[in-house]
Design a protein around this ligand. Structure first.
Ligand code: NAP
Length: 248
């Protein structure tokens, strides 16, 4: 079996934490990154450590996903402790709600920087490790906003659509090396991100937007992720974990 040494960006809470847990459960060493919320990072570290298999390790690394130098530092730290990186989950993301009337150039740069540039920086760093191992899994966490535009704003939709282009190009070039590259496009994950602060009533109103009788949770994203981890013949796809919302 290939040695699983994983990086999950933005893995200290929400969807990223669920994916980090899934990786620990399958026997991986896992480094989770985060931006600045040290309290959540500490909780994540102790929860992940409690589930660790023998000889495997957890790292919690603070750094800004839009900064290539910081990312390089985090990558080198993870590689020093784990060895070559074989799994990358580009999950760190921000979603400031801005219409064209409100958005500044800085909002655009920040969102593209964290959501899209960071994903590219990480990919370019881990690719040589994966080629050397003849095995790799890259999973990019996009959004339904990449499919229809969404409601967050042009910056967010563009960043998440960019991830899908990156996914397909990388899948073509890296497939021959045993590296699969796929995306997941979630929507309305009630136990992550902004939805955690919503009232039950407001969450309930989201049901009108999906094609099934409930909205999503982190477990739904984890199931899609586990499928991609176990599927060497699936590459370049986007799994829509959004209750069918991608169709509207
Ligand atoms: N929740 C949903 O329904 C939903 C729907 C569609 C797509 N998504 C996508 O799924 C991904 C995860 O979303 P989520 O809802 O789980 O998010 P979340 O709960 O808000 O967690 C975000 C994670 O990313 C980290 N992060 C934020 N900015 C960062 C930066 N500049 N550098 C490094 N790390 C950074 C956060 O660290 P700190 O805690 O330190 O800030 C945190 O660990 C995002 O890419 C989001 O766009 C989510």
């Amino acid at each position: 079996m290939n040695k699983l040494n994983a990086i999950v960006t933005g893995g200290t809470r929400g969807i990223g934490f669920g994916l980090a847990e899934a990786l620990v459960k399958r026997g991986a060493s896992v480094a989770v990154t985060y931006a600045g919320n040290d309290a959540d990072a500490k909780i994540a570290e102790s929860k992940l450590n409690a589930q660790l298999s023998n000889g495997r390790k957890v790292l919690v690394l603070k750094g800004d996903n839009s900064d290539s130098e910081q990312i390089k530092r985090l990558y080198l730290k993870a590689k020093e402790v784990f060895g070559p990186i074989t799994v990358l989950v580009n999950n760190a993301g921000i979603m400031p709600i801005r219409s064209f009337d409100e958005i500044s150039f800085k909002d655009w740069d920040d969102t593209i920087g964290v959501n899209l540039n960071g994903a590219f920086y990480w990919c370019s760093l881990v690719v040589q490790d994966m080629k050397g191992e003849g095995f790799g899994r890259i999973v990019n966490i996009s959004s339904v906003a990449a499919r229809g535009g969404g409601v967050i704003g042009p910056h967010y939709a563009a960043s998440k659509a960019g991830m899908l282009g990156l996914t397909r190009y990388a899948a073509r070039e890296l497939g021959p090396f045993g590296i699969t590259v796929n995306a997941i496009a979630p929507a309305f994950i009630e136990d992550a991100g902004p939805f955690l602060e919503w009232s039950e009533e407001k969450i309930d109103s989201l049901k009108a937007k999906v094609m099934v009788p409930r909205i999503g949770n982190v477990g739904d994203v984890v199931r899609a992720f586990d499928y991609l981890m176990d599927s060497p013949f699936v590459t370049g796809v986007t799994l829509d974990v959004n209750g069918g919302t991608f169709m509207i």
